[in-house]
Design a protein around this ligand. Structure first.
Ligand code: ADP
Ligand code: MG
Length: 728
């Protein structure tokens, strides 16, 4: 065993779980480090408090004078909690969160100093933004960007620093982050949904989109992770032979959580409680060393912030436990990868979940309206939804027989399929009183409050209705949820707006009753959105064929999937709803295309390096041992040596063949990379990386993995899968 590998395994075997002290009741510490309503009541004047609450509720602006009051209260609260610094906390398009800390401390002359934090510092900052991805926006316009306070997501203290959630925009107002378009989309869906709700209940004033994410991840001992250059640099293993035992015994899923992992989770959950992240569920996932964590769902903007914060906190807490968290969608070949299900629903200020069937025919008609409009929205914009989850790392997972395919479809279950079938037969035009009573009593009225399809929840579906919410399952584990949430809320908003226009037209022009009009429009939607509904096995080859016939997109790679993002229809959609203007939409497209090329470029370099500098030299070393052995046998046995050296001679030859194959593939891969790098067209470069460079990964890996099986285990430099995955 190489020294590095030996010490890594030895260190990991010695580790004991950290002793974690739990509080008796977690509810008592929940939100202790968050500037939430109770803390605000204590530290803010009533004018300041009301102003913030109104901003949260109605999106109103907070004036500068009030901001000064808020900042003073916030500072006092933060200092009382031991904070020394503050930062604007934001989510640039790198995918990570960004922060730049400043101390409250200020000198005031004469050797004196105070703690200061004014309204100006709270409301706006200008981080040096030129190093964040901007897709050319700031080159075209101003070279500056600024962060601005988002009062709808509360400030919190982490590591003695007051973190203020902010949006990040260019000086000319273009969004440079994930949050800005999300906030716009949430506003638009709020307005559109409230307008539709008025058909059913005039008291509805606000509709919130909710998000409950489920985060999957791997925990690997940090010494083992550090012994693999591929994990350190790319977050995944680029080679490694499958262990004798993988996940085929299904003994990890929902199994007993290993003691070290449990100590980590408890520590993490404690931190989450302090930060107000309402984590609730933890369990083992399918693959060895794979786990899941899920919170109670929250308003979507807050949930997105909490997920981003969580991903950061997970890594920090892991260090204390000598773990490295692998968030990558496919860290190990041959065992399951990780996703992040996004559970989504809409709820009103009157406490109604619009995606939950109710007790009366009227509330069920409301449910059906939102249910069918969501289906219609996904049907119309399936390709855009696919693009929202596209990334180099998620490409490994989609369609890999463990995650949904790259085809977007919706599973609704048997009961609702039946309801839609019956609604489809509703007569066109005005309904007779008998028909309407029949429909209300026997179809709409019969939808049970609890949908019983939970038993046959189709795990192969990328977008499934699960009783009172839709679950978008194709989101990648590293993704910022803002992206899929922006798209989903935008397309549903657009659909609800179209629906309202159509219904109103029937009411105004055809003098239809409201119910008749709604039934008529919904019936047409059911007819026209059938292609997206699929109850079968999404992993099967038949589905690919069938989906093609139905005209559904099947964009298997990121460069293909992203193209829709700069289509005219997309630009028009975002622009008309005020989510993003043309420049913003195109900039994002560029950033993502570029990001894809960079990812593949880095992985390609890592693979080339490991294959040439780790694997090949080790194989040569072992081949020399064999040659020495054969030479020795020849000395002893003369011409008869072959009788005793058969296996060795075969191995010597095979090793040479694998070395040759690796070497020539790496050379060709480097050549292909050079061609791509000279390509100035972003799209062509990404496509080149995808089609010309990436195919070598598998080829090189195949030969390296074969060598792993041949070469003396003592010589093998890279920590093996069995050690990475089974060392607890
Ligand atoms: P699973 O899909 O693993 O069976 P659950 O049914 O427990 O999981 O729910 C998973 C996630 O769905 C949780 O994060 C939960 O908060 C969220 N969730 C539950 N109800 C809703 C809802 N109405 N809207 C949005 N998310 C929800
Ligand atoms: Mg789920």
């Amino acid at each position: 065993m190489s020294t590095l590998r030996f010490h890594a395994v030895k260190a990991s075997l010695k580790r004991k779980p950290l002793k974690i002290k739990d509080v008796k009741r977690r509810s008592e510490i929940f939100g202790a480090n968050v500037f939430n309503e109770p803390s605000m009541r204590q530290y803010l004047t009533s004018t300041a408090l009301n102003s913030v609450l109104e901003a949260i509720d109605k999106g109103t602006k907070i004036n500068r004078l009030v901001a000064d009051h808020v900042s003073t209260g916030m500072k006092e609260w933060a200092i009382s909690k031991g904070a020394t610094h503050y930062t604007h906390w934001f989510q640039p398009l790198t995918g990570a969160t960004a922060e730049k800390h400043d101390a409250f401390f200020e000198t005031i002359g004469d050797g004196l100093a105070i703690e200061k934090f004014g309204g100006d510092q709270l409301v706006q900052q200008e981080p040096d933004a030129s190093s964040f991805p901007n897709g050319g926006i700031r080159n075209t316009f101003e070279a500056r960007g600024y962060t601005a306070w988002d009062p709808t997501s509360p400030a919190f203290i982490y590591d003695k620093t007051l973190c203020i959630p902010t949006v990040f925009v260019s000086y000319t107002g273009e969004a440079l982050d994930f949050k800005t378009p999300l906030l716009r989309a949430l506003q638009v869906v709020d307005n559109a949904a409230v307008a539709v709700c008025k058909y059913f209940d005039k008291n509805v004033k606000k509709v919130n989109a909710s998000l409950g994410w489920e985060q999957e991840y791997f925990l690997i001992d940090s010494a083992l992770a550090a012994s693999r250059p591929d994990i350190l640099i790319t977050g995944r293993t680029v080679l490694g032979h499958s262990p004798a035992k993988g996940q085929q015994l299904d003994d990890h899923y929902f199994g007993t959580i290993p003691a070290r992992a449990m100590a980590y989770m408890r520590d993490l959950e404690h931190q989450c409680m302090l930060l107000g992240i309402p984590v609730k569920t933890r369990h083992n996932e399918v693959a060895p060393n794979q786990f899941e964590l899920a919170p109670i769902y929250e308003e979507a903007n807050l949930a997105v912030d909490h997920n981003s914060l969580l991903m950061d906190v997970m890594q920090k807490i892991a260090k204390r436990h000598n773990f490295t968290v692998l968030m990558h969608e496919k860290p190990f070949a041959g065992v399951n990868g990780s996703g992040k299900h996004n559970n989504w629903s809409l709820s009103t200020n009157t406490g109604v979940n619009l995606l939950s069937p109710g007790k009366t025919p009227m509330s069920n008609l409301q449910f059906l309206t939102f249910f069918i409009n969501t289906i219609k929205a996904v049907e119309t914009h399936e390709e855009l939804l696919r693009a929202a989850i596209a990334s180099a790392s998620n490409d490994h997972r989609l369609g890999a027989n463990e995650a949904p395919p790259a085809i977007i479809s919706i599973f609704i279950g048997e009961q609702l399929t039946k309801v839609l079938k019956e609604l489809e037969t509703v007569t066109k035009g005005k309904l007779s009183p008998k028909e309407k009573t029949d429909l209300k009593l026997n179809v709409v009225g019969k939808i049970p409050e609890v949908i019983l399809d939970n038993t046959d929840r189709n795990r192969t579906s990328p977008f499934a209705f699960t009783g009172n919410k839709f679950e978008f399952r194709a989101v990648g584990s590293t993704a910022n949820c803002a992206n899929p949430m922006t798209v989903l809320n935008t397309i549903v908003a657009k659909q609800l707006m179209d629906f309202k226009v159509e219904v109103d037209e029937l009411i105004d022009e055809k003098a239809m009753k409201k119910d008749d009009a709604i039934f008529n429009v919904l019936r047409e939607y059911i007819k026209t959105s059938k292609a997206i509904l699929f109850e079968g096995n999404g992993y099967s080859a038949d589905w690919e064929k069938e989906a093609k016939k139905r005209g559904l997109s099947n964009n298997k790679t990121t460069p293909e999937a992203l193209k829709i993002k700069k289509a005219k229809s997309t630009i028009e959609l975002y622009n008309s709803l005020g989510i993003m203007n043309k420049i913003e939409t195109e900039a994002r497209y560029e950033i993502e295309m570029e990001d894809y090329s960079h990812h593949i470029q880095i992985e390609s370099r890592v693979i080339g390096d490991i294959a040439r500098n780790h694997v090949v030299p080790t194989a040569v070393k072992y081949q020399n041992v064999l040659i020495e052995n054969v030479t020795g046998l020849k000395t002893i046995y003369g011409d008869r040596f072959k009788d005793f050296a058969k296996a060795q001679l075969t191995l010597i030859e095979q090793i040479s063949e694998h070395i040759e194959a690796i070497n020539s593939s790496v050379t060709k891969m480097i050549e292909a990379r050079k061609v791509c790098n000279q390509q100035t067209d972003l799209e062509k470069r990404a496509s080149g990386y995808c089609k010309e460079v990436k195919p070598f990964f598998e080829e090189i890996r195949y030969h390296c993995d074969k060598l792993e099986l041949m070469v003396d285990d003592e010589l093998w430099p890279l920590t093996k899968y069995r050690e990475l995955l089974f060392t607890k």
